[in-house]
Design a protein around this ligand. Sequence first.
Ligand code: OFO
Length: 170
Amino acid sequence: MLSKEILDKLNNQIDVEFYSSNLYLQMASWCESKNYTGAAKFLMEHADEEMEHMRRIFNYINNTGAQAIIPALEQPPIDYDSLPHVFKEIYKHECYVTSTINELVATTTAENDYSTLNFLQWYVAEQHEEEHLFMGIVNRMDMIEGSRTGLLMIDKELSASADARAAGTK
Ligand code: OFO
Protein backbone atom coordinates (compact mmCIF):
# COMPACT_ATOMS: atom_id res chain seq x y z
CA MET A 1 0.00 0.00 0.00
CA LEU A 2 1.27 3.45 -0.90
CA SER A 3 1.45 6.29 1.61
CA LYS A 4 -0.38 9.48 0.65
CA GLU A 5 2.90 11.32 0.10
CA ILE A 6 4.34 8.67 -2.20
CA LEU A 7 1.06 8.32 -4.12
CA ASP A 8 0.96 12.12 -4.64
CA LYS A 9 4.57 12.14 -5.80
CA LEU A 10 4.01 9.20 -8.18
CA ASN A 11 0.97 10.94 -9.62
CA ASN A 12 3.07 14.08 -10.01
CA GLN A 13 5.63 11.97 -11.88
CA ILE A 14 2.86 10.88 -14.28
CA ASP A 15 2.38 14.58 -14.96
CA VAL A 16 6.14 15.10 -15.49
CA GLU A 17 6.40 12.19 -17.96
CA PHE A 18 3.25 13.26 -19.83
CA TYR A 19 4.61 16.79 -20.12
CA SER A 20 7.97 15.42 -21.35
CA SER A 21 6.15 13.54 -24.09
CA ASN A 22 4.17 16.59 -25.16
CA LEU A 23 7.24 18.82 -24.97
CA TYR A 24 9.21 16.50 -27.29
CA LEU A 25 6.25 16.18 -29.65
CA GLN A 26 5.99 19.97 -29.84
CA MET A 27 9.73 20.25 -30.43
CA ALA A 28 9.43 17.61 -33.18
CA SER A 29 6.82 19.81 -34.79
CA TRP A 30 9.17 22.83 -34.65
CA CYS A 31 11.99 20.73 -36.17
CA GLU A 32 9.76 19.50 -38.96
CA SER A 33 8.66 23.06 -39.76
CA LYS A 34 12.37 24.00 -40.13
CA ASN A 35 13.14 20.93 -42.28
CA TYR A 36 15.17 19.15 -39.61
CA THR A 37 13.37 15.93 -40.43
CA GLY A 38 15.91 13.66 -38.69
CA ALA A 39 15.61 15.54 -35.40
CA ALA A 40 11.81 15.51 -35.80
CA LYS A 41 11.80 11.72 -36.20
CA PHE A 42 14.18 11.32 -33.24
CA LEU A 43 12.02 13.53 -31.00
CA MET A 44 8.75 11.87 -32.04
CA GLU A 45 10.22 8.55 -31.07
CA HIS A 46 11.38 10.04 -27.80
CA ALA A 47 7.89 11.40 -27.16
CA ASP A 48 6.58 7.82 -27.49
CA GLU A 49 9.20 6.62 -24.99
CA GLU A 50 8.06 9.22 -22.48
CA MET A 51 4.49 7.96 -22.82
CA GLU A 52 5.79 4.50 -21.96
CA HIS A 53 7.51 5.96 -18.89
CA MET A 54 4.18 7.49 -17.90
CA ARG A 55 2.34 4.17 -18.44
CA ARG A 56 4.78 2.26 -16.23
CA ILE A 57 3.96 4.54 -13.29
CA PHE A 58 0.25 4.48 -14.15
CA ASN A 59 0.27 0.66 -14.00
CA TYR A 60 2.40 0.55 -10.85
CA ILE A 61 0.00 2.82 -8.96
CA ASN A 62 -3.06 0.90 -10.08
CA ASN A 63 -1.43 -2.44 -9.23
CA THR A 64 -1.14 -1.29 -5.62
CA GLY A 65 -4.90 -0.71 -5.50
CA ALA A 66 -4.57 3.09 -5.57
CA GLN A 67 -5.72 5.35 -8.41
CA ALA A 68 -3.46 6.89 -11.04
CA ILE A 69 -4.51 10.43 -11.98
CA ILE A 70 -4.24 11.83 -15.51
CA PRO A 71 -3.20 15.50 -15.38
CA ALA A 72 -4.60 18.45 -17.34
CA LEU A 73 -2.59 19.28 -20.46
CA GLU A 74 0.00 22.03 -20.09
CA GLN A 75 1.03 23.86 -23.27
CA PRO A 76 4.77 23.39 -23.97
CA PRO A 77 6.80 26.27 -25.52
CA ILE A 78 6.35 26.39 -29.29
CA ASP A 79 9.20 28.66 -30.45
CA TYR A 80 12.92 27.94 -30.46
CA ASP A 81 15.87 29.98 -31.73
CA SER A 82 17.75 27.11 -33.36
CA LEU A 83 18.27 23.33 -33.32
CA PRO A 84 20.99 23.63 -30.62
CA HIS A 85 18.52 25.66 -28.55
CA VAL A 86 15.99 22.78 -28.75
CA PHE A 87 18.53 20.24 -27.52
CA LYS A 88 19.88 22.49 -24.76
CA GLU A 89 16.31 22.84 -23.48
CA ILE A 90 15.88 19.05 -23.61
CA TYR A 91 19.05 18.49 -21.61
CA LYS A 92 17.86 21.02 -19.02
CA HIS A 93 14.46 19.34 -18.89
CA GLU A 94 15.98 15.87 -18.43
CA CYS A 95 18.07 17.19 -15.50
CA TYR A 96 14.81 18.45 -13.99
CA VAL A 97 13.20 15.00 -14.50
CA THR A 98 16.19 13.43 -12.74
CA SER A 99 15.65 15.74 -9.78
CA THR A 100 11.98 14.68 -9.49
CA ILE A 101 12.98 10.98 -9.61
CA ASN A 102 15.67 11.58 -6.99
CA GLU A 103 13.16 13.26 -4.73
CA LEU A 104 10.82 10.28 -5.09
CA VAL A 105 13.67 7.89 -4.29
CA ALA A 106 14.56 9.93 -1.19
CA THR A 107 10.94 9.79 0.00
CA THR A 108 10.66 6.01 -0.48
CA THR A 109 13.91 5.59 1.43
CA ALA A 110 12.71 7.80 4.29
CA GLU A 111 9.43 5.84 4.46
CA ASN A 112 11.02 2.38 4.09
CA ASP A 113 8.84 1.74 1.00
CA TYR A 114 11.16 -0.84 -0.58
CA SER A 115 8.70 -1.93 -3.26
CA THR A 116 8.45 1.58 -4.73
CA LEU A 117 12.17 2.09 -4.23
CA ASN A 118 12.81 -1.06 -6.27
CA PHE A 119 10.32 0.08 -8.95
CA LEU A 120 12.11 3.44 -9.25
CA GLN A 121 15.53 1.88 -9.93
CA TRP A 122 14.60 1.55 -13.60
CA TYR A 123 13.99 5.33 -13.74
CA VAL A 124 17.28 6.10 -12.01
CA ALA A 125 19.15 4.12 -14.70
CA GLU A 126 17.01 5.60 -17.48
CA GLN A 127 17.70 9.18 -16.39
CA HIS A 128 21.42 8.49 -16.31
CA GLU A 129 21.19 7.21 -19.89
CA GLU A 130 19.07 10.12 -21.09
CA GLU A 131 21.24 12.81 -19.54
CA HIS A 132 24.25 11.17 -21.16
CA LEU A 133 22.48 10.94 -24.54
CA PHE A 134 21.36 14.57 -24.64
CA MET A 135 24.59 15.96 -23.20
CA GLY A 136 26.42 14.19 -26.05
CA ILE A 137 24.15 15.78 -28.66
CA VAL A 138 24.51 19.24 -27.10
CA ASN A 139 28.31 18.86 -27.02
CA ARG A 140 28.40 17.84 -30.70
CA MET A 141 26.25 20.82 -31.61
CA ASP A 142 28.59 23.12 -29.66
CA MET A 143 31.53 21.71 -31.60
CA ILE A 144 30.13 22.69 -35.00
CA GLU A 145 29.41 26.26 -33.79
CA GLY A 146 26.18 26.73 -35.76
CA SER A 147 27.56 25.58 -39.14
CA ARG A 148 24.62 24.75 -41.43
CA THR A 149 26.45 21.77 -42.93
CA GLY A 150 27.32 20.51 -39.46
CA LEU A 151 23.70 20.79 -38.33
CA LEU A 152 22.46 18.89 -41.37
CA MET A 153 25.01 16.18 -40.65
CA ILE A 154 23.79 15.89 -37.05
CA ASP A 155 20.19 15.86 -38.31
CA LYS A 156 21.09 12.86 -40.47
CA GLU A 157 22.72 11.13 -37.49
CA LEU A 158 19.60 11.73 -35.40
CA SER A 159 17.52 10.12 -38.13
CA ALA A 160 19.78 7.06 -38.16
CA SER A 161 19.70 6.91 -34.36
CA ALA A 162 15.88 7.03 -34.37
CA ASP A 163 15.80 4.18 -36.92
CA ALA A 164 18.22 2.12 -34.82
CA ARG A 165 16.18 2.70 -31.65
CA ALA A 166 12.95 1.78 -33.45
CA ALA A 167 14.59 -1.42 -34.73
CA GLY A 168 15.76 -2.17 -31.18
CA THR A 169 19.44 -2.14 -32.13
CA LYS A 170 20.33 0.85 -29.94
FE1 OFO B 1 13.20 11.36 -20.27
O1 OFO B 1 12.19 11.25 -18.73
FE2 OFO B 1 11.08 9.87 -18.66
O2 OFO B 1 11.72 9.20 -17.13
